[in-house]
Design a binder for this molecule. Sequence first.
Ligand code: ADP
Length: 263
Amino acid sequence: MADAYGSPTHETVRLDSVRKIYTRGDNSVAALAGVSVSFQRGTFTAVMGPSGSGKSTLLHCAAGLDRPTSGQVFLEGTDLSKLSEKNLTLLRRDRIGFIFQAFNLMPALTVRQNVVLPLQLAGRKPKKAFVDEVIERVGLTQREHHRPSELSGGQQQRVAIARALVTQPTVVFADEPTGALDTKTAREVLLLLRESVHRAGQTIVMVTHDPVAASYADRVVFLADGQIATELHRPTAAAVAEQLTHLSDAVAAQPVAMTAGSV
Ligand code: ADP
């Protein structure tokens, strides 16, 4: 199968000249100023950049949570701009997984009930063996009848990961997934994410500001002023930190009115 441009579908997600302009009063901000990037199936990509560089906007546009002002987003060849709100909601539900910094679990539900919730919301009957396997993969088999308040932060994030994986989504978007965790727990969560990519072929796109977290990815895409500045493959934390320092210095050196972050 190929999309309208004839690209093979190993490109799970592709952004083509995506611009997102926010207007407040007389001021316009180009949160994304023409971003073209693709995320290949079975890869783990980190998106980094100085504060205000457009990371969240990129994630929201790529995940169909927000619509670009111009340009297109393709999910395995489907042009999201052509979908109605209803079909976009269905596509997000069926084909995209989300992991957030704040876990966003349902406090009254057990681990297992939280994990199967997306399937139930989609009207899909959870297959016991597969749910068992996903819970086992995140190491929570012994805790499946506990509620989130009875778990550590790392365990809660592992529930959120299982919940994101249980629908077998085309792509998982993670927004600062280790932002609320201590170093050791963050490492466990990152290893789990990397394992789901390298063992199970999951595609993951993760926004982070942490060079160590980014070093678990296969590739780091750097944004500055709403544009892709550069990328690193097989990144080390030191190389990521150095690149980030260059970008932050470059942004700081600009007149305020020129930065994407100015409003
Ligand atoms: P990052 O995630 O890298 O910090 P964002 O994507 O949040 O960057 O923001 C990029 C730019 O777009 C910033 O200048 C921000 O102030 C602006 N922006 C983001 N969301 C909105 C919004 N809803 N309304 C107005 N401006 C916004």
